[in-house]
Design a binder for this molecule. Structure first.
Ligand SMILES: Cc1cc2nc3c(=O)[nH]c(=O)nc-3n(C[C@H](O)[C@H](O)[C@H](O)COP(=O)(O)O)c2cc1C
Length: 355
């Protein structure tokens, strides 16, 4: 079978995963308006190609926080990769390493961060942090990530409480018995578990900007805030001295009704100018989506669900194949818009049709 675009991988995953797992991956919050808009919003944006530019040589490379990656697409943090493929995050790490791009490993990985690093020792990785009520657990995670060579801490700020995902409630979604959140081994033992295999109500709901300072005092690693959607929060992020932000609505799984991330990017870019690096996730499915996000000011984008579809197809190999397709599509979209390298991708390439 030949899969030629990301939606082919989606169809494969839908067909082959157990229904409950598929619905967990696909879920949005409430009516899933934001999840669906994340995809539709790209289709509303039109491209303005610059022709006769000699595009015989195309360079897709870029840097994020000073590290070179082979193209501006990384892997967003998602939990529980063993639901998609038996070796889970180990395969994700190997695929990202093979494609020379960034993998943001989730706090809620089903392989520990030590196992992930051992599986792909040369990989470029950031660690995604959820801060829990038991602060010492978060301190321990950050220290381990630092010691293992993760190059940034990505603090997810849009989950004071998990969003309401109806299918997970209907299905009584549970992490299977033989899987666990491996990073927490020895930390949250002997406590009641929630459906996700974590201690019930463990997420810290009283986080504030003070905690960004707290985290800065804890680590020398750069800090990236994930989940920013407004210019006001962007300005606060800049004022608090973080190094990057990920414009994200958590794939539409948290607050339903917020804008598509590509739409939010526009006001955020205006607020931030070049003071911090801006990245984006949510609904990126084609090479032209990547190009549009870069044209509107993102330095790099990250894929969430598609990485899990790639793993479902053929583990490490499947994810590598999916990333290669996205890279090829991105290269082609650069060529067809007249861009020879990523610095030539700019606001002039896109237009929003009047509604
Ligand atoms: C199944 C699933 C699990 C996720 N787990 C996490 C997580 O552990 N930490 C986090 O910061 N974001 C998590 N996210 C959000 C993703 O990082 C990302 O924001 C989102 O998936 C991007 O949208 P996309 O799936 O349309 O690419 C998860 C998303 C999905 C679909």
């Amino acid at each position: 079978m030949s899969l030629v675009c990301l939606s082919d991988f989606e169809a494969y995953a839908k067909k082959h995963l157990p229904k409950v797992t598929w619905e967990y991956l696909a879920a949005g919050a409430d009516d899933s308006c934001t999840r669906d808009d994340n995809l539709r919003a790209y289709k509303r944006i039109r491209l303005r190609p610059c022709l006769l530019h000699d595009v015989s040589m195309i360079d897709t490379k870029t840097t994020i926080l000073g590290t070179e990656i082979s193209f501006p697409v990384g892997i967003a943090p998602t939990g529980f990769h063993r639901l998609a493929w038996p070796s889970g995050e180990l395969s994700t790490a190997k695929a990202a390493e093979a494609m020379n791009t960034c993998y943001i490993a989730s706090t809620y990985a089903t392989c520990s961060m030590e196992e992930i690093v051992a599986a792909a020792p040369g990989g470029f990785r950031w660690f995604q942090l959820y801060i829990h009520r038991q602060r010492s657990a978060s301190v321990q995670l950050v220290r381990r990530a630092e010691a293992l060579g993760f190059q940034a801490v990505v603090l997810t700020v849009d989950v004071p409480y998990p969003g309401k995902r109806r299918d997970d409630i209907r299905n009584n979604f549970q992490l299977p018995q033989h899987m666990s959140v491996k990073n927490f081994e020895g930390i949250f033992e002997d406590q009641d578990r929630s459906e996700y295999g974590l201690p019930a109500n463990s997420m810290e709901p009283n986080l504030s900007w003070e905690d960004v300072r707290w985290l800065q005092g804890l680590t020398h690693l750069p800090i990236v805030l994930k989940g920013i959607l407004t210019k006001e929060d962007t300005e606060l992020a800049v004022r608090h001295g973080v190094q990057g932000i990920i414009v994200s609505n958590h794939g539409g799984r948290q607050l339903d009704g917020v804008p598509a991330s590509i739409d939010a990017l526009v006001e955020i870019k205006e607020a931030v100018r070049d003071k911090v690096e801006i990245y984006l996730d949510g609904g990126v499915r084609t090479g032209t989506d990547v190009l549009k996000a870069l044209a509107l000011g993102a330095k790099c984008v990250f894929i969430g669900r598609p990485a899990l579809w790639g793993l479902t197809y053929k583990g490490e190999e499947g994810l590598q194949e999916l990333l290669q397709i996205l890279k090829d599509e991105f290269r082609l979209s650069m060529a067809l818009t007249g861009c020879r390298n990523v610095s030539e991708i700019g606001r002039h390439l896109v237009q929003f049709p009047r509604l």
